[in-house]
Design a protein around this ligand. Structure first.
Ligand SMILES: Cc1cc2nc3c(=O)[nH]c(=O)nc-3n(C[C@H](O)[C@H](O)[C@H](O)COP(=O)(O)O)c2cc1C
Length: 287
């Protein structure tokens, strides 16, 4: 009997080892190896761009920004709902640039970094009927977010484009926080949005949308037709969400021209990207 157990254990271990052998080793991504775009590890390199195909802002160019948060004052308020696991991505650079610009323009900024908060995005059975029908009470976690939403004039969703939708942590924020009886309600005429006077906006970094930067009509001749098609598709979705909640859709800033990690002109390209975002925000919010 003992012999059989020993044999079975050995066969099991062999199968596990063999299964592991065929797998490609995930690249070890640390900031140093990624930033030094020229010393590419051929074994682990995902692309010619560096050890990862994700964008990585060099450490000396990262400008972290901690917004001051909401006060009880009368200034306009922008709630940044951010779903990006990496603080040194180009996507997060756009977030930092935008938060700083809003505060420079006198708008109060509150950051809800959903990864830092370990926000639970899953709409579970426990919360389903609250979200769907407004039955019962929100959890303390959801209630706190609703209080931020209530205070906000602008709700700014920020995420990298992962399969053409918000990252799941942001999507889960929408599903759980913007519940019925909080964001919309039944009336004799049908559903009515309850968040009137507010607006939504999206900041999104992307990789495969036709190579433009901005919004509809802002392709740069790489594949303008694809760019506009994507932007129009996003607009349809955003308009629908905005209509549901009773808010205005102020549009998007989408970037599909991320500097290559090993670009010789990285700093200039990043500076230009930041300037383009600021110009767009000025047009969309401060004109
Ligand atoms: C899971 C996953 C799915 C992605 N799907 C898309 C996609 O559908 N369309 C697209 O344009 N880019 C897609 N990308 C690429 C990212 O949007 C792109 O790498 C990212 O915007 C780079 O920005 P970041 O490094 O600042 O996050 C995807 C990336 C990941 C990780």
């Amino acid at each position: 009997m003992k012999k059989r157990i020993l044999m079975a254990t050995m066969i099991f271990s062999l199968i596990i080892t063999m299964a592991g052998c065929g797998k490609t080793q995930a690249p070890i991504v640390n900031k140093e190896s990624v930033q030094n775009g020229k010393s590419i590890d051929v074994e682990t390199s995902a692309t010619v761009d560096g050890t990862t195909s994700a964008s990585v802002v060099p450490e000396d160019l990262v400008e972290e920004y901690k917004p001051k948060g909401f006060t009880d004052g009368d200034a306009k308020k922008a709630l940044f709902v951010v779903g990006d696991p990496r603080k040194y991505s180009v996507n997060y650079d756009l977030v930092n640039t935008a938060m700083k610009h809003f505060e420079e323009k006198g708008v109060e900024v509150e950051l809800r970094d959903l990864y830092d908060m370990k926000f639970n995005p899953v709409l579970s059975l426990e919360n389903f009927y609250y979200a769907k029908d407004g039955f019962g009470e929100p959890t303390p976690e959801i209630k706190k977010e609703q209080e931020y939403v209530t205070q906000a004039d602008y709700i700014i969703f920020c995420y990298p484009n992962w399969h053409d939708t918000p990252t799941s942590i942001v999507k889960g924020y929408m599903e759980t926080v913007f519940a019925k009886q909080f964001a919309y309600q039944d009336t004799d005429k049908g559903l009515e949005g309850m968040l009137k006077g507010k607006s939504i906006y999206t900041i999104m970094n992307a990789g495969f949308l036709g190579g433009g930067r901005g919004y509809i009509g802002d392709g740069v001749g790489i594949n303008d037709e694809a760019w506009d098609e994507y932007m129009n598709a996003f607009r349809v979705m955003d308009d629908d969400t905005a209509g549901f909640w009773g808010v205005e859709n102020k549009g998007r800033f989408v970037n599909d021209r991320t500097p290559k990690n090993n670009s010789e002109n990285y700093k200039e390209e990043l500076t230009k990207l930041r300037e383009d975002l600021i110009k767009k925000l000025d047009k969309d919010f401060f004109n």
